[in-house]
Design a protein around this ligand. Structure first.
Ligand SMILES: *Cc1c(COP(=O)(O)O)cnc(C)c1O
Length: 497
């Protein structure tokens, strides 16, 4: 039996897994979701004996079931190789009674690499399978980390081009330098004079713009997305939760079948949604802890059942989570209203037109598995400093939001269930915020001086991703208003020539 993917907004928009990967977003603006969620076919004792690639195959084949064994294994082998600086690809680090799942050992030292190192391979394979002759143009909005990870994945890949839009004044200095030094003729990086939500809205608009699609198609291009709205990102993200769980089984921390908590620093709701899917596939979960920064729309949503984006956008030290419209939440909403396109569409229309929506009591009951909380800027900095003082382990600002959230959860509930915290970025990616959290006087030092100081302080070698940009030349200096994004794309693809 093969799995059908359907749009969250139109029940007639049905595609296979590979078609969903290729398209990214449905024509109606909805997100693709599987009509059934398959169950794991291996036990956790069996998973405990598998390495990362074997786990990836076992998990991904269930959701990407129209890829052949050979196709999927080739994609996995091309993605999870020496690009990662540890052979295990990811690992758990125990600190202060929690298990930090280090998802930042890839090319660009953020968890986005876990999915974006495989997405280009999944997409090219999908194009071939579906006899798609056009070149794929990836349009991406980034809050900082997706951009570089997507550029790195797609740069130089034949048959693809990629345009990345980032908020010019809303990313860390290292994030920006990583992006604007990107090499590859098929890449374009544009800073927009707006925030991430505006970048994301602009990109989504281009995806549903029929005229733009026609102009691009006549020049031999089709658009797709590398954002977490693409199931080609969501599916690879389910893998590391299974891998982490089975490491705990292997190491005797838990027995197969025992529940764990999974705590995720959340922005666009992609990473935690992958944990939710893993749970529905059979991963034993007690609580999914959704940690937000001061842009705490999700915290308020879990508390009140009202999603309300009408509020001030706050620029924080965890910029990859500075988001007021969490796109992937739409998938959860769709599921909790009974896989119902009409009900979901009505709520999304409210979000578009009024900036808010309210779910029913019945729907709220289905959110019991989630525990929402948040950390303000001071609590985030405290979490970094306290963990380092107590254990010597240094975490980044995003992970710190989750760590601080976990401390609150533990104090409030006294729950002793083993907890996996998704560690989503290397502290070297957010050096200034991390170092000034430890000691405010570090603020007087330069960016790369701080990098060296962090290396000394943590006993961790400076990652290659940082060494690479130390002296790299800036190759992209395009800046535009958020209303002018389409012109940038037209220019890059020479659609009007
Ligand atoms: C993208 C990102 C997040 C948020 O993940 P979502 O899937 O958007 O919820 C958290 N931390 C870091 C470092 C990120 O890059």
């Amino acid at each position: 039996m093969s799995i059908t993917y359907v749009s969250t907004r139109d029940s007639s928009a049905k595609v296979s897994a590979s078609q969903a990967v290729l398209k990214g977003l449905s024509d109606d603006g909805g997100l693709f979701v599987p009509t059934v969620i398959p169950k794991f076919e291996k036990s956790f004792d069996e998973f405990a004996k598998m390495d990362y690639r074997e786990t990836a195959y076992e998990v991904m084949r269930l959701l990407l079931d129209d890829y052949t064994e050979d196709e999927l294994k080739k994609c996995i082998n091309a993605a999870y190789d020496e690009k990662f600086d540890i052979p295990e690809i990811t690992r758990l680090k125990e600190a202060d009674g929690a298990y930090y799942l280090e998802l930042f050992h890839g090319d660009t030292i953020a968890f986005k690499d876990m999915a974006l190192s495989i997405l280009p391979h999944l997409m090219i394979t999908a194009a071939r399978k579906n006899n798609e002759p056009r070149d794929i143009v990836i349009l991406t909005a980034t809050s900082g980390d997706t951009g570089k990870a997507a550029l790195s994945g797609f740069a130089g890949v034949d048959g693809t081009r990629i345009v990345v839009f980032y908020p010019k004044h809303g990313v860390s200095p290292i994030q920006e330098k990583q992006m604007v030094t990107q090499r590859g003729d098929n890449t374009r990086v544009v800073g927009i004079l707006g925030n991430f939500d505006e970048a994301q809205t602009g990109v989504k608009k281009m995806f549903t713009d029929k005229e733009l699609e026609k102009a691009a198609s006549s020049k031999g291009f089709m658009f797709s997305s590398a954002n977490s709205i693409n199931i080609g990102r969501l599916v690879p993200q389910t893998v590391y939760y299974v891998y982490a769980y089975s490491r705990l089984v292997r190491d005797g921390v838990i027995k197969a079948g025992d529940p764990v908590n999974i705590d995720v620093p959340t922005g666009n709701f992609g990473n935690i949604l992958a944990a939710y899917y893993a749970m529905n596939m059979g991963l034993p979960v007690n609580k999914l802890i959704c940690a937000s920064n001061e842009n705490k729309v999700l915290f308020d949503f879990f508390k009140t059942g009202i999603y309300d984006r009408n509020r001030e956008f706050v620029v924080t030290s965890s910029p990859s989570m500075d988001i007021l419209i969490s796109s992937n939440l739409e998938r959860l909403i769709y599921h909790i209203c009974g896989d119902n396109q009409e009900k979901n569409s009505a709520l999304m229309k409210d979000l578009r037109e009024k900036g808010k929506y309210e779910i029913t009591d019945d729907m709220r009951k289905k959110l019991d598995i989630f525990y929402g909380n948040y950390c303000n800027e001071k609590e985030t900095a405290d979490a970094i400093r306290e963990l380092r003082d107590r254990t010597g382990y240094v975490i980044d600002t995003h992970t710190a939001v989750a760590a601080g959230g976990y401390n609150k959860y533990r104090n409030e509930t006294k729950d002793k269930t083993p907890t996996i915290i998704a560690s989503t970025a290397s502290p070297f990616k957010f050096t200034r915020s991390v170092m000034t959290a430890i000691k405010s006087s570090y603020d007087s030092m330069g960016d790369f001086e701080l990098v060296d100081e962090l290396s000394k302080l943590s006993g961790v070698k400076v990652p290659k991703a940082i060494e690479d940009i130390r002296n790299a030349v800036v190759l992209h200096d395009n800046v535009c208003e958020s209303e002018k994004m389409e012109e940038e794309v037209r220019g890059f693809l020479e659609l009007d020539k």
